[in-house]
Design a protein around this ligand. Structure first.
Ligand code: GYE
Length: 325
């Protein structure tokens, strides 16, 4: 099984090119015909958000006439580093990637810089001190998302006198969205001591892990009032665990999640989730625009923040049928 997976990853790294022909073996330097080749190192396929993000990148590359070399790192940093090195070797015009964790990128980013290949961070940030290692960072403000989750909670329990027991399902350990969604939330609820985070653990942004960790939370904590999950998928897994324990999600335990993918919005409309903070995966069109500019050597803003909203149960019912992802 593992052998097969790594063979697939390798094949992906060396050969896979979603749009055929175009930039040839890369190094078209923005190509005489204006075509460019992008190497994109994706995190994985861990969530509905990620699937929608991958589709957005692939569709937008096609529409923009960008030749895309795409690889899936299966949530492992070493796979992403290998993919980036392979793109450097292939002399692509631009590298874009969504770093699975924040730390440990300086060496490979320096290699790209030495090879004069511009890098765009998409979706997640790195903690490198040297910001000349990448041209721009396109993605959400995850601290703000965590704050929005906290603000809803503060409002919802504004009249409560008793302690509010919260459990938290964190995203992938060391990832920007896990670090920042935790920090933003803690900052807002921290102002009132009645809010108590009684357990907080990673569910790695997946449904299966969300379910497993929630089962453990339920066993060791008989009195949980609120679940804050860093994404919809973990929240959806947790709902199964809550129902399995004979409790009613959305009522016995209030649930806040982040993302607003279709399955999450459905659960919100059904009353099983109470509030969702939106995080848009549709980064493809902006990414292609930025890529064309950096390849031409044009100035781009160092930070491009995606616009996002929040959804209550009533709002979810209204917009559900028109959600794209
Ligand atoms: O919230 C989660 C995904 O980096 C914003 O990654 C992204 C997060 C998203 O797995 O569902």
């Amino acid at each position: 099984m593992f052998k097969r997976i790594s063979a697939l990853v390798l094949a992906g790294l060396t050969a896979m090119s979603v749009a055929s022909c175009g930039g040839g073996s890369g190094g078209s330097g923005g190509g005489g015909d204006g075509s460019i080749t992008m190497g994109f190192a994706q995190v994985g396929a861990e969530s509905g958000w990620r699937t929608a993000n991958t589709k957005s990148v692939q569709d937008s590359a096609k529409n923009a006439g960008v030749t895309l070399k795409f690889s899936d790192a299966q949530q492992k940093q070493e796979n992403q580093i290998k993919a980036i090195r392979s793109y450097i070797q292939q002399k692509v015009d631009v590298i874009a990637f969504s770093p699975v964790v924040e730390s440990g990128w300086d060496t490979v980013l320096k290699e790209a810089k030495d090879a004069k290949i511009p890098v765009i961070l998409t979706d997640r940030a790195v903690d490198s001190k040297d910001t000349s290692l990448y041209k721009t960072f396109l993605g959400s403000d995850f601290v703000e998302e965590g704050k929005k989750a906290g603000q809803w909670l503060v409002q919802e329990y504004k009249d409560a006198k008793d302690p509010v027991n919260i459990v938290e399902l964190q995203g992938t350990t060391g990832s920007a969205p896990a670090n920042d969604r935790k920090a933003g939330f803690a900052q807002v609820i921290g102002a009132d001591p009645k809010f108590k985070v009684i357990a907080s653990q990673t569910g790695d942004f997946t449904r299966a892990k969300g379910k497993e960790v929630m089962e453990a939370f339920l066993k060791s904590n008989p009195d949980i009032d609120v679940l804050y999950a860093h994404n919809d998928d973990m929240g959806l897994g947790a709902i199964e665990a809550i129902e399995g324990a004979g409790k009613v999600p959305g009522k016995d335990i209030k649930i806040i999640t982040v993302d607003a993918v279709k399955d999450g919005m459905q659960a919100l409309a059904d009353g099983k989730i109470n509030y969702i903070v939106e995080c848009s995966p549709l980064l493809g069109p902006q990414l292609m625009d930025l890529a064309k500019k950096v390849v031409k050597g044009e100035q781009v803003p160092a930070r491009v923040v995606t616009e996002e909203t929040t959804f209550t149960q009533e709002q979810a019912k209204q917009v559900l049928s028109s959600r794209q992802y």
